[in-house]
Design a protein around this ligand. Structure first.
Ligand code: ADP
Length: 556
């Protein structure tokens, strides 16, 4: 082969080699580029993750942290890298390869969805769901990858749910307790008032008969004791009602003059008994008619004036009513009850509004009373939006003052309301036929006698079933319906009369007579279609006026 040919072949080989080198270089370039691209792609993915990602070195120190972790915990990368993971853990567990926290991870290679708490740079706690897995290189542990999912919102919702569950349970329990309490009050009230009705009613009837002086005196003592007992029973029931949050207040037009007149009527004899002078002074600016609860105002005044008279002898009790602050149509009244009696020791003053508290231990023995009067009075004033306070000096006397805001009423409405009420307390009911439904024989006898005093014709039934039979057989103008009775109670009987009987019998006026003073009793009666409601022991002329209201057209 000549030299020319050899050179050509060598050149061709060199070209081929060059081409091969060029191809390889290009391949390498592209391979390298590809590698670089995928690295930044991976970095991009890791930094775009919502979850927090962290890798640890084999020594347990932080090797890398993604953007989400840095942003959430408020660290710069250089502040974290190289530090132990405990820097971001609220629970100070040792997370090193030797430490206990990581043992499980190392043993099984991964942990999944465990709740942990991360700590931000500012010390704020962030609940997370933590997963971790061991990284290996050439069969050896090379580190740990940790992913944490922020569960703050989920925790908040969970806590909220737990809280509302707990408060719902507490509410349910409170409602249950209130219901038990209400039932207890109702039952006690029934058990106590039923015999009281008998005692007071019978003494009333006895007082209408011919009695000699000694009998009259005995009967008076009996009546007074029974009345005192009733006051204490009412106090205890009132306190229970207040404590159960069941005290409600009426909104009626009333005349302050009339209230004071009634109070005076009730307490006059008590003033005379202890030779006290009782005076009333209503300052002119006090509106004549107000809207509020006259019965409760009466109760407050009876208690405070009654106390004044009780703790004073040969002295005086002055009652003053003034107009206080006026805002729009709301007028606050200021009452003061000043006596010059025994006064209250300084160290006892702050306690007298507490339940069962009497200034002196000997008070009950000497003056009677339950020590509940001022507690009830205080609550009644407060629940009506007012205030009560006392100034007292031992052996000089005491002044109790209280305020209650009332809406100003109108005389027209008051007069109209008054006109509706019959003012003669004992109207003759000669033409009226009454069905008395009552199971207690003493109360039945007593009510029958009271009714016969008004000359009405009275039939009796021992329970609701007999009442329905009697109503089927004959017509009545009014039914007086006891509520708790054997066989068929007053509620059932009323339901039957209103829903199952034919007109006009289904329209017969029904007055509930009950010894149950629990809240809602009146509403329950009225919602069943009863026309009115009277609680036992009843005041005869009150029952009379309730009957008269219902049978006005039939009276001759
Ligand atoms: P009580 O049923 O004992 O009268 P209260 O709650 O009405 O109960 O009164 C509590 C105590 O306050 C009384 O026992 C008495 O010691 C004292 N107190 C109340 N009012 C007066 C008053 N006007 N003068 C002197 N002490 C009074």
């Amino acid at each position: 082969m000549d030299i020319q040919k050899k050179l050509e072949i060598s050149l061709q080989k060199i070209n081929l080699l060059e081409k091969m080198i060029e191809d390889k270089t290009r391949d390498l370039y592209y391979a390298n580029k590809h590698l670089l691209d995928s690295n930044s792609y991976l970095d991009n993915i890791i930094d775009s993750m919502v979850d927090m990602l962290l890798t640890l070195n084999p020594d347990g120190n932080i090797r890398t942290a993604n953007r989400s972790l840095l942003d959430t915990l408020g660290y710069k990368e250089k502040e974290l890298l190289g530090n132990p993971i405990s820097i971001i853990l609220a629970e100070q567990e040792e997370v090193t390869f030797e430490g206990s926290g990581i043992e499980k991870l190392l043993k099984i290679g991964f942990v999944k969805d465990i709740e942990k708490t991360y700590l931000t740079k500012d010390g704020e706690k962030i609940p997370v769901l933590f997963s971790g897995s061991v990284m290996r290189k050439d069969g050896k542990i090379d580190g740990i990858v940790c992913v944490a999912h922020d569960i703050t919102i989920r925790k908040e919702i969970e806590e909220e749910r737990l809280k509302s569950k707990a408060s719902e349970a507490a509410k349910k329990e409170a409602v249950k307790q209130t219901k038990y309490k209400d039932e207890f009050i109702a039952n006690m009230s029934h058990e106590i008032r039923t015999p009281m009705n008998g005692i007071l009613g019978m003494s009333y009837l006895l007082s209408k008969t011919d009695l000699d002086e000694e009998q009259k005196e005995n009967l008076n003592a009996l009546t007074t004791s029974a009345e005192n007992l009733l006051v204490i029973i009412n106090d205890v029931l009132d306190i229970s009602k207040i404590q159960a949050g069941m005290m409600t207040f009426e909104q009626a037009n009333f005349s302050i003059n009339e209230i004071l007149k009634n109070v005076n009527y009730t307490l006059n004899y008590k003033a005379r008994e202890r030779s006290n002078h009782l005076t009333y002074n209503i300052v002119e600016e006090v509106p004549e008619i107000l809207i509020g609860d006259p019965v409760r105002l009466n109760q407050i005044l009876l208690n405070l004036i009654g106390n004044g008279l009780k703790f004073t002898e040969n002295g005086k009790v002055d009652v003053t009513v003034k107009a206080g602050e006026k805002k729009g149509d709301i007028q606050t009244l200021e009452f003061s009850i000043a006596d010059n009696g025994i006064g209250i020791p300084k160290n006892k003053i702050s306690k007298i509004f507490d339940s069962f508290s009497q200034a002196e231990q000997s008070t009950t023995r000497k003056f009677g009373g339950s020590g509940l009067g001022l507690t009830i009075t205080n609550k009644l004033v407060q629940l009506q939006g007012g205030k009560i306070w006392v100034k007292s000096k031992i052996n000089k006397g005491s002044t109790f003052s209280f305020t209650i805001p009332y809406k100003i009423g109108t005389t027209d409405v008051f007069i109209k309301e008054k006109m509706k009420e019959p003012n003669d307390p004992s109207v003759n009911l000669e033409s009226i036929k009454i069905l008395l439904v009552e199971d207690n024989p003493i109360n039945q006898l007593m009510a029958k006698k009271v009714l016969s005093g008004w000359n009405c014709t009275t039939d009796t039934a021992e329970n609701g079933k007999i009442a329905i039979e009697k109503l089927n057989a004959s017509d009545y103008d009014v039914i007086l319906m006891d509520l708790q009775m054997p066989k068929m109670d007053g509620y059932e009987a009323t339901k039957h009369i209103r829903n199952k009987m034919k007109p006009p019998k289904n329209k017969v006026p029904i007055i509930a007579m009950t010894a149950n003073a629990g809240s809602g009793e009146a509403d329950r009666c009225l919602s069943l279609g009863m026309n009115d409601y009277i609680s036992k022991p009843f005041v005869p002329h009150e029952l009379n006026s309730k009957i008269v209201k219902l049978v006005k057209d039939k009276l001759v």
